[in-house]
Design a protein around this ligand. Structure first.
Ligand code: FAD
Ligand code: SF4
Length: 474
């Protein structure tokens, strides 16, 4: 049986709007796909899942039309199944381990099935306003322990790491408050990933689920500015989890980088996703773009920025230093971008930005590259070719060359050990930092990673915090 393809909106239609591209399996497609699973005695797929979902069990439940059982199984380990079913790079995590794929066939479409189960719950067990469902608030904690409900934990940051840590602590009976710097919770899920990949109602619903477990979320609260970690301890929190992510953009040291209409991808995406920049009729914070947009970078962030600019009516070219083979973005995102008409210029390194007399960018001066020796990432490094300069005309430039850990807490917290890139050092087994009772996880620890890796770290930290509560010395 061949793998069932995810239905998608046609490129010609979808490139004009921000509605979701992947349309989701029908019931029949989901059952057919689930029936492809051979129910391995030792399912390798589970080893590939950083939060340890019982994948073969939830797939079996879908195959048997027990959809409520499937979502229950998913939520035992994953508090954000609708998010993960959409954005996790399953092809490099659970699906790459699937025995069917190893036997020369195509792996089971685990992500599509996860999304199906999460969407089924929305349509059949509560709708978008998320009233309590059969599964809400009733999960046993991963540990067979229930913590002292009087203990309070503060979680800083409401991205996937913070939400997961908070939800798992709440399931264990701990009282949790999340402090979030922005005016909406969700981290990159909310301000980074565009709604054509991850609709806002899905994020909203899964955050509501976390709240339904008893988690309190306080927005507009920058820890490190408004309050310090010491202040949180004084307020009665017994322990703190830091999940502040990697949102600090990396800019090239090229002349002209400060010209007008040169954005970091994070700012560009935040202006659209969080400030309605694509909907000037409704919001008074429009995004200012020209017509010809150059996007610099080859990761998911670059694809998201490019495809968002396209949807604003721009003509978009992606500039990348290596070849398509080395691009870190998910294959599906690259395919979608191409189908929608985004142009790619490979083996090209920007060296300068040109501008007009008013200080607006007019072009990107580039050098052509060849591939040289492998670097620390295991990929061949780009080597600029002398004398190969050319200028790509562009009236808007979006820079997506990487992100560094958010620095606010580290700057004001004595004794918090950090690595050279500003990330917080932890004991990888417990996620405890150099300060007792302070834990950390997600991109603030590992640098730019994935949603599910951040969730895995949040989960590990929650387990440590719960066991810490029970240790005699706590
Ligand atoms: P974040 O999601 O960054 O959340 C951190 C939160 O902490 C933010 O809400 C921030 O406002 C808040 N915060 C920061 N400082 C403070 C403070 N001092 N006080 C209070 N709050 C604070 N991964 C995938 O798996 N699949 C994808 O398709 C994918 N696409 C991506 C697209 C883009 C554009 C980007 C930028 C990343 C993408 N990623 C993707 C990566 C993934 O989103 C991150 O790895 C993940 O969100 C990290 O989670 P986190 O909880 O550690 O941090
Ligand atoms: Fe099914 Fe693949 Fe997991 Fe085996 S490895 S249980 S075939 S999803």
């Amino acid at each position: 049986m061949t793998r069932n393809k995810m239905p998608e909106a046609p490129a010609a239609e979808r490139k004009n709007n921000f509605t979701e591209v992947a349309l989701g399996y029908t019931e029949q497609q989901a059952i057919m796909e689930a029936a492809r699973c051979i129910r391995c005695k030792k399912p390798k797929c589970i080893e590939g899942c950083p939060v340890g979902i019982d994948i073969s069990k939830f797939i079996k439940e879908i195959a048997e039309k027990n959809f409520s059982g499937a979502i229950k199984t998913l939520k035992e380990k994953n508090n954000l199944p609708g998010v993960c079913g959409r954005v996790c790079p399953q092809e490099t995590q659970c699906e790459i381990k699937c025995v069917l794929g190893k036997k020369g066939g195509l792996s089971v479409a685990i992500g599509c099935l996860e999304r199906f189960a999460a969407d089924w719950e929305i349509s059949n067990a509560g709708g978008e306003d998320c009233p309590k469902t059969e599964t809400d608030g009733k999960h046993p904690p991963d540990e067979k322990t229930v913590a002292d409900g009087k203990k309070k934990v503060a979680v800083v940051g409401s991205g996937p790491a913070g939400l997961t840590c908070a939800a798992d602590l709440a399931k264990a009976g701990v009282s949790v408050t999340i402090f979030e710097a922005l005016h909406e919770p969700g981290g990159v899920l909310r301000y980074g990933i565009p709604s054509f990949r991850l609709p806002k109602n899905i994020i909203e619903r899964e955050i509501q689920y976390v709240k339904s477990l008893g988690v309190e979320i306080i927005c507009n609260a920058i820890i490190g500015k408004l309050r310090t970690l010491d202040d949180l301890f004084k307020m009665g929190y017994s322990s703190i989890f830091i999940g502040t992510g990697a949102g600090l953009p990396v800019f090239p040291g090229a002349p002209g980088v400060n010209l007008c209409r040169i954005y970091s991808a994070n700012e560009f995406l935040t202006r659209i996703n969080l400030m309605g920049g694509n909907d000037p009729g409704k919001y008074d914070t429009p995004i200012n773009t020209g017509k010809n947009v150059a996007v610099i970078g080859g990761g998911n962030t670059a694809m998201d920025a490019a495809r968002s600019a396209l949807r604003l009516g721009c003509d978009v070219t992606i500039l990348y230093r290596r070849t398509e083979k080395e691009m870190p973005a998910r294959l599906a995102e690259i395919r979608h971008a191409k189908e929608e008409g985004i142009k790619f210029t490979f083996l090209t390194q920007p060296v300068e930005f040109t501008g007009d007399k008013n200080g607006y960018v007019t072009g990107v001066k580039c050098l052509k590259c060849t591939l040289g020796e492998k670097d620390s990432s295991g990929r061949q490094s780009p080597v600029p070719v002398r004398g190969s300069e050319f200028v790509l005309p562009a009236d808007t430039v979006i820079i997506a060359m990487g992100l560094k850990p958010n620095p606010v807490i580290q700057r004001v917290t004595a004794g918090l050990e950090t690595a050279g890139d500003g990330s917080i050092r932890v004991n990888p087994d417990t996620m405890e930092t150099s300060i007792k009772k302070v834990f950390a996880g997600g991109d603030i620890v590992g640098g730019e990673g994935t949603v599910i890796e951040a969730m895995g770290m949040g989960k590990r930290a929650a387990r440590s915090i719960v066991s810490y509560f029970f240790s005699a010395s706590a």
